[in-house]
Design a protein around this ligand. Sequence first.
Ligand SMILES: Cc1ncc(C[n+]2csc(CCOP(=O)(O)OP(=O)(O)O)c2C)c(N)n1
Ligand SMILES: [Mg+2]
Length: 569
Amino acid sequence: MSGPTQRMLIGDFLLRRLEEAGVRHLFGVPGDYNLALLQQLEDTGTLKWIGTCNELNASYAADGYARMNGLGALLVTNGVGPLSAINGVGGSYSEHVPVICISGSIPLRSIDRGLGMHHTMADGTWDHFLNAYAQVTAARARLTPRNAAGEIDRLILTAWREKLPVYMELPSDITHLEIEVPTAPLNLAAPACDPERLRSCIAAIAGRVSAARAPAILVDADAGRFAVASELMELAGKVQAPVAVINAAKGVIDETSPHYLGVYAGKASAAQVRETIESSDCLLAIGYRPLEVTTGDFTASLPADTIHARGFSVDIGDDNYQAVTLRQVLRGLIDALPRVTDRAPRHAAAAAAAGAHADGSAGLTQAAYWQAIQGYLRAGDVLYVDNGTSFVLLGLRLPANCTFIGSINWGSIGYAVGALLGALTAAPDRRHLLFIGDGSFQVSAQELSTILRHDHKPVIFLINNGGYTIERGYLGKTESYNDVANWAYADLPRVFRRDTSARTFVVRTVSDLQEVLSTPNDTMIFVESIMDSCDAPAAVTMSSNKGAELDYGPRGPQHREGLQLRRST
Ligand SMILES: Cc1ncc(C[n+]2csc(CCOP(=O)(O)OP(=O)(O)O)c2C)c(N)n1
Ligand SMILES: [Mg+2]
């Protein structure tokens, strides 16, 4: 250990390092193996504990918190906790979100002496959960008094640098043991670039951009994770290049910017977006990770000579540049490239057609619903989308400075309720709007109680359409396996908090909805909108229908008469 050191309890040191890394809240569920650390959290007043109803929701909350805050953490108890949380942590891995999952684990004494303990497989081994987490984390460790000082720093730094989750087991009998630790605060420095590689990389990209007639930029989620949106817009402004995002990066680029082009998803994109991206003679793609759900079912077709920039590497033609960082590459490009003034300005493609004005007293339809929601959005909102017909939100035009949170690649239902708790905790003063279906909500609904407990004031837009409508477009248009129980959703705020001041509404018509949308945002607003189970937006149905072809193949049951919700029905 270089530099001055001091003696500190292991648990206190872990909490200190989390705080130094910018983590101010810890989500999770107590258990005997993590209570000693929780007591240290109380005693030191370092972080604030946000107890959740279960560990899956804690993992979703830590993910939402990390997206807003830069880093998030959860605390769970041996075995039962990590395995409940692993879906959410897997999501953080898939979506590139830096989350630190801490499991208060069985005491080292029991490992040393071979003592069987509860919350284990009772098979005399101790590594099951570490091994499970090897599949969903960038790094993991079981802390000991010998390795704790080094491993705590290694894991936190790995999460922060790689934008990926990490897992640590903190045996319950070492939290109050003293070790020697660095006195200096944790330094969240980005890794250094190799100067020659960085120079060559910038020169190679600048050469391509300067020679290009129609350069363009395509942005995936990593641009948000590595927080380079402002560099990208500066670059776009300097060389007059249009910027498109893919669905997973919705909201990363300010949609009111004159350089914003729209969402690119192959044939599912607006013609102008598609044409601009696919015919660019110098496309710079940031962290592009194509999936069927973000490429219009693989109809995306980037130019063969697309430059691919990632967090720590760049591909240009046959050349691969390592030991560079995305931010340094972009900063270098902004400095190296001359300002262009003579390229024709482009205008963003219009957002998804909103449809005709509906009769106010008519039953609420998806088309009328989203048209009203478009008008409700305002600058600075934080928007959450869960899986389902609420994906229409991806096609709406966002006002300036909005943040968009969704599990687009991983797609685990219920994510958005937990993420809402997390991001509300990180940024309580912004307006937060959750868009979710009844089926997704039923997975993680209990966490509404935590949101109410902490006096948050989000607006929750829940579509009650009797079940899994998006799935009906794959298979089972009217099959009961796509139905869910019909809860009295709008009663839940009062169930979850007896003295709640939440304003709750059940909306059945367009005029009902219009009235609700004028409610002031001074308390939680919960809007349950009743819609038909077979009312699905065309874009969602088409994508589900295509998904069924891919999933089940030509011999699949989706072709049987009436078994699939189709666009024309
Ligand atoms: C954890 C998990 N289980 C199952 C699924 C499959 N799935 C995807 S969307 C969906 C239904 C969503 O229904 P709802 O939230 O009611 O949205 P709707 O389409 O009805 O608006 C399901 C079950 C999933 N994505 N994640
Ligand atoms: Mg539904």
